[in-house]
Design a protein around this ligand. Sequence first.
Ligand code: 1GP
Length: 248
Amino acid sequence: MTVLDSLVGMVVKKKVHMTLIDPAAQDPYKSGQIAKEAQRAGTDFFMVGGSTDIDGPHLTKCVGEMKKNSSRPVIIFPGSSSMICDNADAIYFMSLLNSSSSEFVVGHQARAAIPLNRMKIEKIPMGYIVVEPGMTVGKVGKANLVGKDDSRTALSYALAAQMFGMKLVYLEAGSGSPLHVPASMIRTVKESLSVPLIVGGGIRTRDSAREVASAGADIIVTGTVAEKAQDVFETLEPIIGAIHSQAD
Ligand code: 1GP
């Protein structure tokens, strides 16, 4: 079964939690330890990546440690064409749809296409939409940020992604954002979208995770909260519990 099939199958049954690990934020050993504790806390999938450029060998080591310490699928969340490796289970073949630079819409993707085509790793086409405040990814990715009250523009990009044939849509407020994507925007997008909706950025508490999940996010991503935690298990367990207890 492909990673996408297992993800879509899971989304039909329950809300899904993904733990994002940024390989630039700590050494590979620590990434592995975070993965181990996040799995113990109930996370369903891992994403690995971020906006800070790292090279393939570093990414390979980080994924290796994550896989050594956990059994959940690892999906690369690349910030550039150099963030590819073949020991992860899948990679988002993603486009930052509201970037003002063609580099982030299709440039990095074209540069990565030939090496990726040689790799067996599963490619999952994903439309990535950055919402205010956007944080580092908004700046690095030269995003024309979707206003936090502009649900219609968010929906326009999400439907465009779906019509392009992308299998997932990701609404991103930016890693470390003080605010998560507003519930009203999530609701508007979810109402008209058929593919699974990922929401991430600024989700740090049980209550915010519950709000995002109940507004309609199928997949909820948290990153910073685990990387900053004294105790990853104690920090993630209530957040993941709140997500898993939400009915569709
Ligand atoms: C960033 O959406 C993810 O791409 C996670 O954000 O680090 O704020 O949890 P946080």
